[in-house]
Design a binder for this molecule. Structure first.
Ligand SMILES: *Cc1c(COP(=O)(O)O)cnc(C)c1O
Length: 373
């Protein structure tokens, strides 16, 4: 029997360990731990990597989402109580951020095959209060940004991206701008720090300024507070680690894309459904490789008994979480029936994925899944 962990940081630690230790000890020697040169250097490097004008480092992905929305309110582009369309099958943080900004999430069904927002449902989801779409590039797959941006333009909506699972996913069109994108650098994301971290990436310099200020107590100048802010900053240790890792991100994503292509071609079991490789393979960075099975829990146990570790993303969709009990009737959330989001939550299983996987491990996972009956 082979042991296949769900995700392993061994590979990164083995190949980059010395560089990471050096980054850490540089910060230690600099004796400057918050808002220093490394954060500024990472912000510049990550903006360039994303092809955007500016990046603002913040404390984590949830704060990146919340502050990007709060900054839009501060600038008068959104108002508290406005509705924001969000896919129903996202990680709970997306919905929490919309609520934290005083906005109302409108949950919309995903496409069953791609698991990202079903753009054919946008029109029916809109009301006269809808002002924005918060797209989630779930599992690392870019949602259909051209359809979404076109719809938004036609209906006067803002577009925001939850890119916490999609660092480095590329569009084939030259450039389609959303208003801003939020990233998380949680350690197991495709680009992960050594603790919490996040960023807002945008071409809108004014929005970036407000995000930065909101994350620093709302001050524009020390001890002068323009906004009711919070403390949410990317510290120097995290920035230094991220700076050392960023040049390798594309090669790690390419390894994920190769593994995903093998999984998609070789997983052949009538009980197990996979999501297709997109027409442009670079538009999916496979943060997670999901499979879908009506007997999901049995499949998970079967794989566990064979040494294959799996996780579920996510077992309970946001609208069924206890945290949102009564939210629908209080008008704090809006949604209709969500059978697809609920089916995905009931049947999804995430199988091992990441640059650390060996060819033998990938083969073993494929053979194990194909042996499930
Ligand atoms: C990880 C994640 C977040 C939250 O990021 P944190 O850094 O953990 O706060 C938000 N949205 C999605 C889709 C995520 O995967």
């Amino acid at each position: 029997m082979m042991n296949v962990p769900f995700y392993s940081l061994d590979y990164v630690n083995r190949t980059l360990g010395d560089a990471l230790r050096e980054s850490f000890s540089d910060v230690l020697d600099s004796k400057w731990f918050i808002r220093g040169s490394r954060c500024a250097a990472f912000e510049e490097a990550f903006a360039a990597y994303c092809g955007a004008k500016v990046c603002v480092g913040v404390g984590n992905g949830l704060d990146a989402l919340t502050l990007m929305l709060r900054a839009s309110i501060q600038l008068g582009r959104l108002q508290q109580g406005d509705e924001v369309i969000v896919p129903a099958n996202t990680f709970v943080a997306t919905v929490l951020a919309v609520r934290a900004a005083g906005l109302v999430p409108v949950l919309v069904e995903p496409n069953r095959d791609t698991c990202v927002l079903d753009t054919s449902r946008l029109a029916e989801a809109c009301s006269d209060k809808t002002r924005a779409i918060l797209v989630v590039h779930l599992y690392g797959r870019l949602a259909d940004m051209s359809a979404i941006c076109e719809f938004a333009k036609a209906h006067g909506l803002l577009v925001f991206e939850d890119a916490a699972q999609a660092h480095g996913a590329r569009l084939d069109q030259p450039k389609l701008s959303s208003n801003a994108a939020a990233y998380s650098f949680y350690p197991t994301k495709n680009l992960g720090a050594m603790g919490d971290g996040g960023a807002v990436v945008t071409d809108d310099l004014e929005l970036a300024q407000v995000v930065k200020s909101l994350g620093n107590y709302g001050s524009v100048e020390k001890y002068v507070n323009k906004y009711v802010g919070v403390n949410s900053r990317l510290d120097e240790v995290q920035a230094a680690i991220l700076l050392a890792k960023l040049p390798h991100l594309d090669s790690w994503n390419a390894l994920r894309q190769e593994i995903a292509a093998r999984y998609c071609a070789k997983i052949k079991n009538p009980l197990v459904r996979v999501t297709p490789v997109p027409a442009n393979p670079k538009s999916h960075v496979w943060h997670v490789f999901p499979v879908f099975c009506e007997r999901r829990d049995e499949l998970q146990k079967f794989l566990k008994d064979r040494g294959v570790e799996t996780l579920i993303h996510y077992p309970i969709p946001p609208h069924l979480q206890e945290a949102f009990d009564g939210a629908l009737s209080r008008g704090e959330l809006r949604y209709g029936p969500l059978p697809i989001a609920e089916e995905l939550a009931r049947t999804e299983l995430s199988i091992p994925m990441g640059p650390a996987m060996t060819d033998e491990q990938v083969t073993y996972v494929i053979e194990s899944i194909n042996a499930f009956a």
